[in-house]
Write a protein that binds this ligand. Structure first.
Ligand code: XMP
Length: 521
């Protein structure tokens, strides 16, 4: 994806050289929020890749290492030789200092949290910012002696050298993290670097990006046919609509209805993509096959495996029926590419393809088309809205691949699926009505494997128990249970027990992650 061009104009790129920080992706996202394209490469990538990218500027990320140890990650020599502006952040600053002749020490105490930065010298990096700024620190080491040719720019009470700049070259370094929202005006500081120091053009716009992707797809696919597994999730939907715009009916989407989707979801996917947006979609109604394969299976991992394998078999069978397919399109997105390896490795590519559509028969030898491969989720969402996909589909909470299969605890049956779909539907409908849906990150119902007593009229009966789960989270790695109003929960619970005969009791999950996971299985 190097040297991107829109209408034959090369797009300016900021390279984020990754030293392993948890914030690396955030840096790249912040740059793109300023409409400048950015790409992440690991610090030890072959130098040609860095040169090929022709970046307008380079940001060195933080990282978990200490430059005071031997054999720690270092900035490749070409970064200095290219003559483009450099901004080192945290570890990026420390290794920059060390490599340019300064001295870094391990501080007695790790500094983690807010700190007040005092800007001591006029600097293009701090242009239009206050002299005192609240910044976010997260480091153990710090620069003790400035390298030759560097000036001190800012200090905090614990880090006397918290920002520095080269006397004559556009090289800057900061100890704090401008990419996190806890740093006041971090965005402005990054803009100063990207726009004023690197002079990068803010030409990474959604409009331009869509036309560029359409041109790329046309050039790659030519007259050949493309296959895509459409799940109704954001990534595959956006990929499908983008490809449809580029190559129309040469794209065939296969949608497998596994019977474990949310209420009316299968119909809504078909209505949206096949009928309204006129995509070429084949629906495989495979509900019965999935149920058959899942009969008597209680173990969650077994269930996941069976659902995955059955999906692959069905997808493959549909694919084989189609003649002369040359490409497989996938909704791989940037975090899928960088998550597993920290680099654009082939391994990451294999993981997503297996995750989504499994191993297609070898003899089909399909080439991949992955037009979202360098986009973050929020960019994919923006693209989806721009392409005319209904907002409700784009802004839906995440839904696991095995679907309700992991939300029916224990054995899956048709009857239980129906009960769960109804309960889940009521919960989500009420969240939307109460304007709470967008305030939580994920919400759903779970069908528990116990029955509990209830009284209906004069009759006592054992009936199903529904668990409701709603969480707030940024990254889904940790999550807090959502403090939904009691009146709201009461109303949802009443509706569920009144409208679904098979349910006698509703409970609300008040566990956070960790230790609990978001799903129950
Ligand atoms: P946990 O339960 O691990 O969930 O806290 C974190 C996020 O991942 C989703 N999830 C899955 N997604 N296949 C998927 O595609 C799965 O097997 C699966 N399990 C959990 C979950 O919905 C949440 O968003």
């Amino acid at each position: 994806m190097n040297n991107l061009s829109v209408n034959n104009k090369t797009i300016d790129t900021i390279l984020v050289l990754d030293f392993g920080s948890q914030y690396t992706q955030l840096i790249a996202r912040r740059v793109r929020e300023s409409d400048v394209y950015s790409e992440i490469l690991p610090w030890d990538i072959a130098e040609e890749k860095i040169l090929d990218l022709k970046p307008k500027g380079i940001i060195l990320s933080g990282g978990p290492n200490s430059v005071t140890d031997s054999f720690t990650p270092r900035i490749p020599k070409c970064v200095f030789d290219m003559g483009v502006p450099i901004l080192g952040i945290c570890y990026g600053m420390q290794t920059l200092a060390e490599q340019m002749g300064g001295h870094v020490i391990s501080a007695d105490q790790k500094e983690f949290g807010h700190s007040e930065l005092e800007v001591l010298k006029d600097s293009d990096l701090f242009n239009d910012l206050d002299r005192k700024i609240n910044v976010w620190m997260s480091h153990g080491d710090q620069v003790q002696d400035l390298p030759d040719e560097f000036d001190l720019v800012a200090s905090t009470s614990t880090a006397p050298i918290a920002a520095m700049e080269h006397k004559s070259l556009p090289i800057y370094a900061i100890q704090f993290h401008p990419e996190v929202t806890h740093t006041d005006h971090g965005h402005k500081l990054l803009d100063n670097f990207i726009l004023n120091i690197c002079h990068a053009h803010a030409d990474w716009t959604m409009d331009g990006l869509i036309s560029q992707r359409i041109e790329e797809i046309k050039a790659k696919v030519k007259e050949e046919k493309v296959l895509l597994g459409l799940s109704g999730g954001v990534d595959s939907s956006v990929t499908a609509v983008l490809l449809n715009k580029a190559i129309g009916k040469k794209l065939t989407c296969v949608f497998v209805d596994n019977g474990l989707l949310r209420k009316d979801e299968a119909d809504s996917v078909i209505r949206t993509f096949k009928e309204k947006m006129e995509l070429n979609v084949i629906k495989s109604d495979s509900k019965e096959i999935f149920l058959r394969h899942l009969k008597n299976v209680e173990d969650p991992e077994q269930k996941r495996k069976i659902i995955g394998r059955t999906f692959i078999d069905i997808f493959d069978a549909e694919a084989i029926k189609l003649k002369d397919i040359k490409f497989l399109a996938q909704g791989t997105i940037y975090p899928d590419v960088i998550e597993s390896s920290g680099s654009e490795s082939k391994d990451a590519r294999v993981i997503k393809s297996h995750h989504n559509v499994g191993g297609l028969p070898e003899e089909m030898k399909l080439d991949l088309v992955e037009p979202l491969r360098d986009l973050f989720k929020d960019e994919v969402r923006r693209m989806g809205v721009e392409l005319g996909i209904p907002k409700e589909m784009i802004e839906r909470h995440p839904f696991p691949g095995p679907g309700l299969g992991v939300r029916i605890i224990g054995e899956i049956t048709k009857e239980k699926t129906k009960v769960l779909q109804e309960a889940d539907h009521i919960f989500i409908e009420e969240l939307i009505k109460a304007d709470l849906y967008d305030k939580v990150s994920q919400a759903f119902a779970v069908l528990l494997p116990v029955k509990s007593v209830g009284v209906v009229g004069d009759e006592r009966r054992y009936a199903e128990v529904i668990g409701l789960r709603a969480v707030e989270t940024v990254d889904f790695m940790t999550a807090r249970w959502a403090h939904l109003p009691y009146e709201f929960l009461e109303h949802v619970s009443n509706r569920i027990v009144n409208e679904i005969e098979e349910v006698s009791r509703v409970v609300y999950d008040i566990s956070s992650k960790p230790p609990a996971t978001i799903e129950w299985e």
